[in-house]
Ligand binder design. Structure first.
Ligand code: C2E
Ligand code: CA
Ligand code: CA
Ligand code: CA
Length: 284
Protein backbone atom coordinates (compact mmCIF):
# COMPACT_ATOMS: atom_id res chain seq x y z
CA UNK A 1 0.00 0.00 0.00
CA UNK A 2 2.92 2.25 0.81
CA UNK A 3 4.51 1.94 -2.63
CA UNK A 4 1.15 2.47 -4.31
CA UNK A 5 0.82 5.69 -2.36
CA UNK A 6 4.19 6.83 -3.64
CA UNK A 7 3.23 5.99 -7.24
CA UNK A 8 0.04 7.90 -6.78
CA UNK A 9 2.02 10.86 -5.61
CA UNK A 10 4.37 10.67 -8.57
CA UNK A 11 1.46 10.42 -10.95
CA UNK A 12 -0.05 13.45 -9.30
CA UNK A 13 3.20 15.38 -9.71
CA UNK A 14 3.46 14.46 -13.38
CA UNK A 15 -0.12 15.56 -13.94
CA UNK A 16 0.53 18.97 -12.37
CA UNK A 17 3.63 19.33 -14.52
CA UNK A 18 1.66 18.43 -17.66
CA UNK A 19 -1.15 20.83 -16.81
CA UNK A 20 1.34 23.63 -16.24
CA UNK A 21 3.02 22.99 -19.60
CA UNK A 22 -0.30 22.88 -21.40
CA UNK A 23 -1.32 26.10 -19.69
CA UNK A 24 1.89 27.85 -20.71
CA UNK A 25 1.51 26.63 -24.28
CA UNK A 26 -2.08 27.86 -24.61
CA UNK A 27 -1.16 31.12 -22.93
CA UNK A 28 1.58 31.67 -25.50
CA UNK A 29 -0.59 30.90 -28.53
CA UNK A 30 -3.74 32.66 -27.43
CA UNK A 31 -2.17 36.02 -28.22
CA UNK A 32 -1.84 35.18 -31.90
CA UNK A 33 -5.19 33.38 -32.20
CA UNK A 34 -6.98 36.49 -33.51
CA UNK A 35 -4.41 37.36 -36.17
CA UNK A 36 -4.16 33.70 -37.21
CA UNK A 37 -7.96 33.63 -37.58
CA UNK A 38 -8.28 30.66 -35.24
CA UNK A 39 -11.42 31.91 -33.50
CA UNK A 40 -14.96 31.37 -34.71
CA UNK A 41 -18.37 32.13 -33.30
CA UNK A 42 -20.89 29.37 -32.81
CA UNK A 43 -24.55 30.06 -32.20
CA UNK A 44 -26.96 28.17 -29.98
CA UNK A 45 -30.64 28.96 -30.56
CA UNK A 46 -32.83 29.85 -27.57
CA UNK A 47 -36.44 28.88 -28.19
CA UNK A 48 -39.97 29.35 -26.95
CA UNK A 49 -40.59 26.05 -25.11
CA UNK A 50 -44.16 25.77 -26.36
CA UNK A 51 -43.67 26.51 -30.05
CA UNK A 52 -39.99 25.72 -30.58
CA UNK A 53 -39.65 29.07 -32.33
CA UNK A 54 -36.18 30.65 -32.14
CA UNK A 55 -36.43 33.82 -30.06
CA UNK A 56 -32.73 34.50 -29.51
CA UNK A 57 -29.30 32.86 -29.78
CA UNK A 58 -26.27 32.71 -27.55
CA UNK A 59 -22.93 33.45 -29.15
CA UNK A 60 -20.27 30.92 -28.08
CA UNK A 61 -16.59 31.29 -28.87
CA UNK A 62 -14.58 28.45 -30.43
CA UNK A 63 -10.81 28.22 -30.74
CA UNK A 64 -9.33 25.94 -33.36
CA UNK A 65 -5.71 25.43 -32.38
CA UNK A 66 -3.42 22.84 -33.99
CA UNK A 67 -6.39 21.29 -35.75
CA UNK A 68 -8.26 20.80 -32.49
CA UNK A 69 -11.12 22.63 -30.86
CA UNK A 70 -10.19 23.87 -27.42
CA UNK A 71 -13.08 24.38 -25.04
CA UNK A 72 -13.75 27.93 -23.84
CA UNK A 73 -13.93 26.47 -20.35
CA UNK A 74 -10.21 25.83 -20.77
CA UNK A 75 -9.00 28.93 -22.59
CA UNK A 76 -11.27 31.71 -21.22
CA UNK A 77 -9.70 31.44 -17.72
CA UNK A 78 -6.25 31.72 -19.33
CA UNK A 79 -7.38 34.74 -21.33
CA UNK A 80 -8.76 36.30 -18.16
CA UNK A 81 -5.53 35.76 -16.28
CA UNK A 82 -3.48 37.47 -18.97
CA UNK A 83 -5.99 40.25 -19.58
CA UNK A 84 -6.17 39.22 -23.23
CA UNK A 85 -9.89 38.59 -22.68
CA UNK A 86 -10.41 42.31 -23.34
CA UNK A 87 -9.24 41.87 -26.96
CA UNK A 88 -11.17 38.63 -27.31
CA UNK A 89 -14.33 40.30 -26.02
CA UNK A 90 -14.03 43.09 -28.57
CA UNK A 91 -13.38 40.59 -31.34
CA UNK A 92 -16.51 38.65 -30.34
CA UNK A 93 -18.67 41.78 -30.28
CA UNK A 94 -17.35 42.93 -33.66
CA UNK A 95 -18.09 39.56 -35.24
CA UNK A 96 -21.53 39.40 -33.62
CA UNK A 97 -22.38 42.89 -34.87
CA UNK A 98 -21.30 41.88 -38.38
CA UNK A 99 -23.50 38.79 -38.20
CA UNK A 100 -26.44 40.89 -36.97
CA UNK A 101 -26.03 43.28 -39.87
CA UNK A 102 -26.08 40.43 -42.37
CA UNK A 103 -29.15 38.95 -40.70
CA UNK A 104 -30.90 42.31 -40.72
CA UNK A 105 -30.26 42.62 -44.44
CA UNK A 106 -31.88 39.22 -44.96
CA UNK A 107 -34.70 40.20 -42.57
CA UNK A 108 -33.78 37.24 -40.37
CA UNK A 109 -32.36 38.99 -37.31
CA UNK A 110 -32.95 37.62 -33.82
CA UNK A 111 -31.37 39.06 -30.66
CA UNK A 112 -27.90 37.71 -29.85
CA UNK A 113 -26.66 37.07 -26.32
CA UNK A 114 -22.95 37.69 -25.80
CA UNK A 115 -20.88 36.52 -22.84
CA UNK A 116 -18.96 39.24 -21.05
CA UNK A 117 -16.18 38.40 -18.61
CA UNK A 118 -16.16 40.19 -15.26
CA UNK A 119 -12.55 41.10 -16.05
CA UNK A 120 -13.82 43.32 -18.87
CA UNK A 121 -15.47 45.54 -16.24
CA UNK A 122 -12.66 45.27 -13.71
CA UNK A 123 -11.38 48.86 -13.63
CA UNK A 124 -12.85 52.28 -14.42
CA UNK A 125 -10.64 52.42 -17.50
CA UNK A 126 -11.96 49.10 -18.79
CA UNK A 127 -15.54 50.19 -18.11
CA UNK A 128 -14.92 53.35 -20.12
CA UNK A 129 -13.28 51.30 -22.85
CA UNK A 130 -16.37 49.09 -23.04
CA UNK A 131 -18.58 52.08 -23.87
CA UNK A 132 -16.02 53.70 -26.16
CA UNK A 133 -15.94 50.49 -28.18
CA UNK A 134 -19.63 50.94 -29.03
CA UNK A 135 -19.23 54.68 -29.64
CA UNK A 136 -16.47 53.94 -32.14
CA UNK A 137 -18.59 51.30 -33.85
CA UNK A 138 -21.43 53.79 -34.14
CA UNK A 139 -19.07 56.39 -35.58
CA UNK A 140 -17.94 53.86 -38.22
CA UNK A 141 -21.56 53.24 -39.19
CA UNK A 142 -22.46 56.90 -39.74
CA UNK A 143 -26.21 57.26 -40.27
CA UNK A 144 -27.08 53.64 -39.74
CA UNK A 145 -27.91 52.89 -36.09
CA UNK A 146 -26.16 50.23 -34.04
CA UNK A 147 -28.71 47.47 -33.29
CA UNK A 148 -28.44 47.80 -29.50
CA UNK A 149 -31.94 46.37 -29.10
CA UNK A 150 -30.68 43.09 -30.59
CA UNK A 151 -27.88 42.69 -28.04
CA UNK A 152 -28.05 40.95 -24.68
CA UNK A 153 -24.99 40.93 -22.46
CA UNK A 154 -24.57 37.86 -20.26
CA UNK A 155 -22.77 38.75 -17.05
CA UNK A 156 -22.13 36.54 -14.04
CA UNK A 157 -22.83 36.83 -10.37
CA UNK A 158 -19.20 37.68 -9.68
CA UNK A 159 -19.82 41.05 -11.34
CA UNK A 160 -22.81 41.72 -9.09
CA UNK A 161 -20.59 41.02 -6.13
CA UNK A 162 -18.16 43.72 -7.17
CA UNK A 163 -20.76 46.09 -5.70
CA UNK A 164 -19.24 49.10 -7.31
CA UNK A 165 -21.26 52.15 -8.22
CA UNK A 166 -19.41 52.49 -11.49
CA UNK A 167 -20.44 48.97 -12.57
CA UNK A 168 -24.10 49.75 -11.91
CA UNK A 169 -23.72 53.05 -13.75
CA UNK A 170 -22.22 51.26 -16.74
CA UNK A 171 -25.03 48.69 -16.84
CA UNK A 172 -27.61 51.47 -16.56
CA UNK A 173 -25.98 53.24 -19.51
CA UNK A 174 -25.89 50.03 -21.58
CA UNK A 175 -29.58 49.42 -20.86
CA UNK A 176 -30.40 53.04 -21.69
CA UNK A 177 -28.92 52.39 -25.12
CA UNK A 178 -31.26 49.41 -25.54
CA UNK A 179 -29.15 46.42 -24.55
CA UNK A 180 -30.48 43.80 -22.18
CA UNK A 181 -28.50 42.48 -19.24
CA UNK A 182 -28.81 38.82 -18.31
CA UNK A 183 -27.32 37.11 -15.24
CA UNK A 184 -25.70 33.88 -16.42
CA UNK A 185 -25.24 30.68 -14.39
CA UNK A 186 -27.66 32.05 -11.86
CA UNK A 187 -27.63 30.23 -8.55
CA UNK A 188 -24.11 28.85 -8.79
CA UNK A 189 -22.29 31.78 -7.21
CA UNK A 190 -22.58 33.23 -3.78
CA UNK A 191 -24.68 36.25 -4.53
CA UNK A 192 -27.89 36.78 -2.65
CA UNK A 193 -31.34 37.97 -3.54
CA UNK A 194 -30.50 41.50 -2.50
CA UNK A 195 -27.78 41.73 -5.15
CA UNK A 196 -30.31 40.84 -7.79
CA UNK A 197 -32.87 43.33 -6.49
CA UNK A 198 -30.33 46.16 -6.45
CA UNK A 199 -28.64 45.42 -9.73
CA UNK A 200 -29.84 46.83 -13.06
CA UNK A 201 -30.61 43.59 -14.92
CA UNK A 202 -33.42 42.28 -17.14
CA UNK A 203 -33.05 38.53 -17.09
CA UNK A 204 -31.69 35.50 -15.26
CA UNK A 205 -30.43 32.30 -16.83
CA UNK A 206 -30.98 29.28 -14.65
CA UNK A 207 -27.77 27.30 -14.68
CA UNK A 208 -27.73 23.94 -16.41
CA UNK A 209 -26.49 22.22 -13.26
CA UNK A 210 -29.96 22.83 -11.74
CA UNK A 211 -31.86 21.75 -14.83
CA UNK A 212 -29.86 18.55 -15.10
CA UNK A 213 -30.83 17.54 -11.58
CA UNK A 214 -34.57 17.70 -12.26
CA UNK A 215 -36.13 14.39 -11.10
CA UNK A 216 -32.90 13.16 -9.59
CA UNK A 217 -34.60 12.83 -6.25
CA UNK A 218 -32.76 15.87 -4.97
CA UNK A 219 -34.54 19.10 -4.17
CA UNK A 220 -33.49 21.03 -7.22
CA UNK A 221 -37.05 21.40 -8.45
CA UNK A 222 -37.80 23.43 -5.35
CA UNK A 223 -34.72 25.54 -5.99
CA UNK A 224 -35.81 26.24 -9.55
CA UNK A 225 -39.31 27.15 -8.35
CA UNK A 226 -37.78 29.59 -5.89
CA UNK A 227 -35.64 31.22 -8.57
CA UNK A 228 -38.69 31.48 -10.83
CA UNK A 229 -40.97 33.12 -8.27
CA UNK A 230 -38.23 35.50 -7.18
CA UNK A 231 -37.53 36.47 -10.79
CA UNK A 232 -41.23 37.11 -11.38
CA UNK A 233 -41.39 39.30 -8.30
CA UNK A 234 -38.47 41.33 -9.63
CA UNK A 235 -39.98 41.49 -13.12
CA UNK A 236 -37.11 39.61 -14.73
CA UNK A 237 -37.45 37.30 -17.70
CA UNK A 238 -36.05 33.77 -17.42
CA UNK A 239 -34.03 31.47 -19.65
CA UNK A 240 -33.51 27.84 -18.67
CA UNK A 241 -30.18 26.55 -19.90
CA UNK A 242 -29.02 22.98 -20.57
CA UNK A 243 -32.42 21.39 -21.27
CA UNK A 244 -31.65 17.94 -22.68
CA UNK A 245 -34.71 15.76 -22.06
CA UNK A 246 -38.47 15.78 -22.52
CA UNK A 247 -38.83 15.41 -18.79
CA UNK A 248 -36.77 18.55 -18.12
CA UNK A 249 -38.73 20.42 -20.77
CA UNK A 250 -42.06 19.39 -19.21
CA UNK A 251 -40.98 20.77 -15.86
CA UNK A 252 -39.81 24.04 -17.46
CA UNK A 253 -43.16 24.42 -19.20
CA UNK A 254 -45.03 23.86 -15.94
CA UNK A 255 -43.05 26.75 -14.51
CA UNK A 256 -44.11 29.00 -17.38
CA UNK A 257 -40.49 29.75 -18.20
CA UNK A 258 -40.53 31.69 -21.44
CA UNK A 259 -37.27 30.62 -23.07
CA UNK A 260 -35.11 27.51 -23.16
CA UNK A 261 -31.69 26.61 -24.46
CA UNK A 262 -30.26 23.13 -24.63
CA UNK A 263 -29.41 20.06 -26.63
CA UNK A 264 -33.06 18.94 -26.56
CA UNK A 265 -33.66 21.62 -29.20
CA UNK A 266 -30.27 22.61 -30.63
CA UNK A 267 -26.57 22.29 -29.99
CA UNK A 268 -24.28 25.24 -30.75
CA UNK A 269 -23.74 25.43 -34.53
CA UNK A 270 -21.60 27.21 -37.08
CA UNK A 271 -22.68 30.59 -38.42
CA UNK A 272 -23.52 29.04 -41.77
CA UNK A 273 -25.79 26.42 -40.19
CA UNK A 274 -27.40 29.05 -37.96
CA UNK A 275 -28.19 31.37 -40.87
CA UNK A 276 -29.69 28.45 -42.80
CA UNK A 277 -31.81 27.47 -39.84
CA UNK A 278 -33.19 31.01 -39.50
CA UNK A 279 -33.94 31.11 -43.22
CA UNK A 280 -35.79 27.80 -42.94
CA UNK A 281 -37.80 29.02 -39.96
CA UNK A 282 -38.77 32.18 -41.83
CA UNK A 283 -40.30 30.09 -44.64
CA UNK A 284 -42.60 28.18 -42.28
P1 C2E B 1 -22.05 29.46 -20.56
O1 C2E B 1 -22.08 30.91 -20.82
O2 C2E B 1 -22.76 28.96 -19.36
O3 C2E B 1 -22.58 28.79 -21.90
C1 C2E B 1 -23.41 27.66 -21.95
C2 C2E B 1 -22.58 26.40 -22.14
O4 C2E B 1 -23.44 25.27 -22.00
C3 C2E B 1 -21.98 26.29 -23.54
O5 C2E B 1 -20.72 25.63 -23.41
C4 C2E B 1 -23.00 25.39 -24.25
O6 C2E B 1 -22.46 24.70 -25.35
C5 C2E B 1 -23.37 24.46 -23.13
N1 C2E B 1 -24.69 23.84 -23.32
C6 C2E B 1 -25.78 24.37 -23.90
N2 C2E B 1 -26.82 23.52 -23.87
C7 C2E B 1 -26.38 22.41 -23.23
C8 C2E B 1 -27.00 21.15 -22.88
O7 C2E B 1 -28.16 20.89 -23.14
N3 C2E B 1 -26.21 20.26 -22.21
C9 C2E B 1 -24.91 20.51 -21.90
N4 C2E B 1 -24.21 19.58 -21.26
N5 C2E B 1 -24.29 21.68 -22.22
C10 C2E B 1 -25.02 22.61 -22.88
P2 C2E B 1 -19.42 26.16 -24.17
O8 C2E B 1 -19.78 26.66 -25.53
O9 C2E B 1 -18.40 25.07 -24.06
O10 C2E B 1 -18.95 27.40 -23.32
C11 C2E B 1 -18.47 27.24 -22.01
C12 C2E B 1 -18.33 28.56 -21.31
O11 C2E B 1 -17.29 29.36 -21.88
C13 C2E B 1 -19.57 29.43 -21.37
O12 C2E B 1 -20.52 28.96 -20.43
C14 C2E B 1 -18.99 30.78 -21.04
O13 C2E B 1 -18.84 30.93 -19.64
C15 C2E B 1 -17.62 30.70 -21.70
N6 C2E B 1 -17.65 31.40 -22.99
C16 C2E B 1 -18.02 30.93 -24.21
N7 C2E B 1 -17.90 31.89 -25.16
C17 C2E B 1 -17.47 33.00 -24.52
C18 C2E B 1 -17.16 34.35 -24.94
O14 C2E B 1 -17.31 34.76 -26.12
N8 C2E B 1 -16.72 35.21 -23.97
C19 C2E B 1 -16.58 34.82 -22.66
N9 C2E B 1 -16.14 35.75 -21.76
N10 C2E B 1 -16.87 33.58 -22.25
C20 C2E B 1 -17.31 32.68 -23.15
CA1 CA C 1 -23.63 32.34 -21.20
CA1 CA D 1 -24.66 29.58 -18.37
CA1 CA E 1 -20.85 28.58 -17.32
Amino acid sequence: AKSRGRDGFQFFNQQIQKDAERNAELHLHLKSAISRKEFALYYQPIVNPNTGKIVKAEVLLRWQYNGQFISPDEFIPIAEESGFIVHIGEWVRTEALTALKQLQRKKLAVPLAINVSTIEFWTDDLQQRFLTYFDNKQAELGQEKLPYHLLTLEITESLMMKQQDSVSQLLIELRRRGMQISVDDFGTGYSSLSYLANFPVDQVKIDKSFIQKISSGTRHEALIEAIVSMSRALDLTIVAEGVETQNELDFIKQQDIEAVQGYFFYKPMSEEAFFELLAKQAQL
